[in-house]
Design a protein around this ligand. Structure first.
Ligand code: GRF
Length: 212
């Protein structure tokens, strides 16, 4: 299964996917990494690994429709079977969504449908929840609203900052996202825009919540 990964930043999830591929645990081939930011550290990592990279920047004042068209064109040219948003901080427009219905997934640092948006860990702390986690879901036109594929939970501990909670959540992201990609690659999870079919042992069953 050929995948394109969309990034905006650090790329720790990209690295986790690469490690899982190297370890034979994720049956996917990364055909490109696309960023909306030229300076994304994820691009350096992809370059160093010999993965094709593309930048489709969106600056203040730029026409968003044109950017959406350019992004779709770039991704289409890489011919992916699946698109993975791994820290891509933009909402996708219809050109890409319509071209790949149900074939775009995202990882989010909260247990959706709670705490969508840019500040999931902080919002979870502000709400006083004792359990948080990450969600892998199909991308639709909303902000973190698409059908949920898999989730992993982590405890919120006394004294947590948004950063420390996010770091704990990312440990689970790095397990869950490559595992979901693998399950899609081998046909154990099938996706369509409206629902997720999960005939396999639920991924979350293999995930334990560590003691707080
Ligand atoms: C992750 O926590 C992901 O859930 C969110 O953005 C963060 C990206 O981290 N969407 P990284 O760039 O993969 O390190």
């Amino acid at each position: 299964m050929d995948i394109v990964i969309l990034v905006s930043g650090r790329g720790s999830n990209l690295k986790a996917i690469c490690s899982a591929i190297d370890a034979g645990k994720c049956d996917a081939n990364i055909v490109g990494v696309v960023s909306d930011r030229k300076k994304a550290a994820a691009l350096e990592f992809a370059d160093a690994r010999g993965i094709q990279t593309r930048v489709v920047s969106l600056r203040k004042g730029d026409d968003r429709d044109l950017w959406n068209d350019a992004l779709a064109k770039t991704v289409v040219s890489l011919k992916p079977d699946l698109i993975v948003l791994a820290g891509f901080m933009r909402v996708l427009g219809t050109p890409l969504l319509e071209r790949f219905p149900g074939r775009i997934i995202n990882v989010h640092p909260a247990l959706l449908p709670a705490f969508p948006g840019h500040s999931g860990p902080q919002d979870a702390l502000d709400a006083g929840v004792r359990i948080s986690g990450c969600t892998v879901h199909i991308v639709d036109a909303g902000v973190d609203t698409g059908p949920i594929i898999a989730q992993a939970a982590v405890p919120v501990v006394e004294g947590d900052s948004a950063e420390s909670l996010h770091t704990r959540i990312q440990v689970q992201e790095h397990r869950l996202l490559p595992a979901v990609i693998h399950q899609i690659a081998i046909g154990a999870i099938t996706l369509n825009p409206l629902r997720v079919r999960r005939p396999v042992a639920d991924l979350s069953r293999s995930l334990t919540v560590p003691d707080a």
